[in-house]
Design a protein around this ligand. Structure first.
Ligand SMILES: Cc1cc2ncn([C@H]3O[C@H](COP(=O)(O)O)[C@@H](O)[C@H]3O)c2cc1C
Ligand SMILES: O=C(O)c1cccnc1
Length: 354
């Protein structure tokens, strides 16, 4: 069974096509013909280049966009690592489904759908818009035992892939990663520590807003979880299973699945970036499909992004997750594509080149 699942994952990874350098160069060339000094639109030009290399088109139609919000609970909450109780996870899931969370507001403005997936919530949830793909009822407490089994972990990655495949079938072409899971900055810090070699002091942040004593405890919990479980840094699935979470694994699947479908995927904050790091270790070829959105206030985020080779578009001092930063950056992606398509060239506008 576990082998069959791993084969499915390997098959998806095999589908990821290399970045199309030729289309990216054509985008550069086009960009340089537009009425502006070369490079003056900065990251908007590099985004346009990247989207051309991903899609093989100068300005792909990315009008159908979705943020996939994976929700799961964390057994490690019993160690007192969050400023909020675990019950907030299912409560916020209902909030997403009723359209009242920050990500819903931002998604409406960006013309994006919010797809909310129960992949590991420790509660029975029902709603007509909820995608029910529960793999675990919360993870086990990683300070006492592995958070998940290897099989559950691969299953959760496959859920992410299947959710994206379904969205692609419906015509969606641009994805954002989002999550909800009280306690998940602890899991993300543990993953970051193991896979980047940063110390827990460097990778543990304040999440929902813990105080100094809470932070010291969280650092200690991450240290103990790693010491106890001995995750193998050369085996990303082992790391995800032992100190990760179902929603993080689901996002690994979303990222790999988007890449396998030839779609760009916009990475949200710290938790999504931990998923991106795992995805990049499982499938190096998924990296060119990733676009980092914002720099979160969570400690260690910049180093985490750098370890993947990503650079954030914006810094708004946000620390929320849910996919809020990713959805905000959909606007910049739209802007980059409109510039490519609608700006006059030096030739067409009769403007002299330097
Ligand atoms: C009301 C509320 C809404 C949220 N939306 C996202 N998060 C964010 O906070 C959690 C991670 O922080 P920690 O590891 O400290 O628990 C995740 O659920 C994340 O998505 C929220 C947290 C709360 C309380
Ligand atoms: O950057 C994030 O994703 C984040 C930071 C703090 C709390 N929740 C999410």
């Amino acid at each position: 069974m576990a082998d069959d699942l791993s084969i499915k994952l390997a098959e998806t990874i095999k589908k990821i096509k290399p970045f199309n350098e030729e289309s990216a160069s054509l985008a550069d060339h086009h960009s340089d013909r537009l009425t502006k000094p070369p490079g003056s639109l900065g990251k908007l030009e590099s985004i346009a280049r990247q989207l051309a290399g991903i899609s093989g088109q100068l300005w792909p139609d990315l009008s159908r966009k979705a943020v996939i919000v994976m929700a799961g609970d964390h057994g490690v909450c019993e160690e007192g690592v969050s400023a909020f109780p675990q019950a907030v996870t299912p409560q916020m899931v209902m909030n997403f489904l009723n359209g009242g969370a920050a990500v819903n507001v931002l998604a409406r403005q960006a013309g994006a759908d919010v797809v909310c997936v129960d992949i590991g919530v420790n509660a029975d949830l029902a709603h007509e818009r909820l995608v029910c793909r529960k793999i675990v009822r919360g993870t086990a407490n990683m300070a006492k035992q592995p958070a998940m089994t290897r099989e559950e972990t691969v299953q959760a990655i496959l859920v992410g892939i299947e959710v994206v495949n379904e969205q692609v079938k419906q015509g969606f072409r641009l994805f954002g990663t989002g999550e909800m899971g009280i306690g998940n900055t602890t899991a993300s810090a543990a993953i970051t520590t193991v896979l980047t070699g940063l110390s827990p002091e460097e990778s543990v942040g304040r999440g929902t807003g813990i105080n100094d004593a809470g932070w010291l405890n969280k650092v200690d919990v991450v240290k103990r979880a790693i010491e106890l479980n001995q995750p193998d840094a050369s085996d990303p699935i082992d790391v995800l299973a032992k100190v990760g979470g179902a929603e993080i694994a689901g996002l690994v699947g979303v990222i790999i699945g988007a890449a396998a479908n030839g779609c760009a995927v916009v990475i949200d904050g710290y938790i999504s970036s931990a998923a991106a790091l795992v995805a990049s270790r499982l499938a190096e070829q998924s990296k060119p499909y990733m676009i980092a959105s914002h720099l979160s206030q969570e400690k260690g985020h910049l180093k985490l992004l750098e370890s993947i080779g990503l650079s954030p578009m914006i810094q708004l001092e946000m620390r929320l997750g849910e996919g809020t930063g990713a959805v905000l950056c959909f606007h910049f992606i739209d802007a980059a594509l409109h510039l490519m398509q609608e700006m006059a060239t030096f030739e067409s506008a009769g403007v002299s080149k330097g």
